[in-house]
Design a protein around this ligand. Structure first.
Ligand code: SF4
Ligand code: SF4
Ligand code: FES
Length: 222
């Protein structure tokens, strides 16, 4: 048993709670044990749905996969701070509205138009398909929020789709959307790379899309 202070941002102000108990629990369990009802999103509690993404000790993380003991060990401080993701509108307490992420998928035509070509680079496609749309990468991205920048998950999804799509017209649409809505605002800082809770190499996704959308020779002649 250990006594820690839990600092939670609610309505733009930090509220402080004391917790005295087991530290070998994830943040989602901690939120349930506080004697104050805190709203947050969760579904799977196994790190598989991405719903519980929030800012824990200043970095975006999945609350159900983030254990108190690890956070306390890293900070060496008997306090943990929890905030909602700052790049999305807050619905209540730690619950945010990430519908903008789904709108970006639609705006960038991220769907298969034709029969899929499977097997070009199955390991890469598998890695990209692990994306939970949690928004942690967008929280870390210095440029998300500037202009109409669509954010990292678009590059992740698009990089998988361009391997699979067989419709030339749709491929053209996908790469043109990327060129217009992602490429000019992404500064390739790769702040998104290490933050992904699924370990997806966003850098590989972005370079693949840049190669295919911006640098391919056939773009110069069409
Ligand atoms: S790329 Fe990673 S951090 Fe970004 S939305 Fe997908 S799972 Fe979350
Ligand atoms: S490379 Fe940098 S600017 Fe581009 S999506 Fe990742 S964090 Fe954002
Ligand atoms: S509740 Fe599903 S990832 Fe945390």
């Amino acid at each position: 048993m250990n006594n820690i202070t839990v600092k939670i941002k609610i309505d733009n102000e930090f509220k402080y709670f004391e917790y005295d108990g087991d530290l070998n629990i994830p943040v989602t369990t901690l939120l349930e044990r506080l004697d104050w009802p805190i709203e947050y999103s969760c579904s799977c509690l196994q790190g598989l749905c991405g719903a519980c993404a929030m800012v824990i000790n200043s970095a975006p993380k999945l609350a159900c996969k983030t254990f108190l003991k690890d956070e306390i060990m890293v900070t060496k401080y008997n306090q943990i701070s929890i905030e909602p993701l700052s790049k999305f509108p807050v619905i209540k307490d730690l619950k945010v509205d990430r519908s903008v992420l789904y709108d970006a998928m639609k705006d960038c035509s991220l769907w298969l138009q034709s029969d899929a070509r499977i097997g070009e680079d199955i390991d890469f496609e598998y890695e990209m398909s692990l994306c939970l749309m949690c928004g942690c990468c967008m929280e870390a991205c210095p440029n998300y929020g500037i202009d109409d920048f669509v954010g990292t998950p678009v590059a992740v999804y698009a990089s998988k789709l361009i391997n699979q799509e067989t419709s030339h017209d749709h491929l053209k649409e996908l790469t043109n959307n990327y060129k217009e809505k992602f490429y000019p605002t992404c500064v390739k800082s790769i702040a998104c790379e290490d933050i992904c809770p699924m370990g997806i190499s966003t850098q590989r996704a972005i370079s693949k899309m840049n190669r295919n959308s911006v640098w391919k020779i056939w773009h110069l002649i069409r």
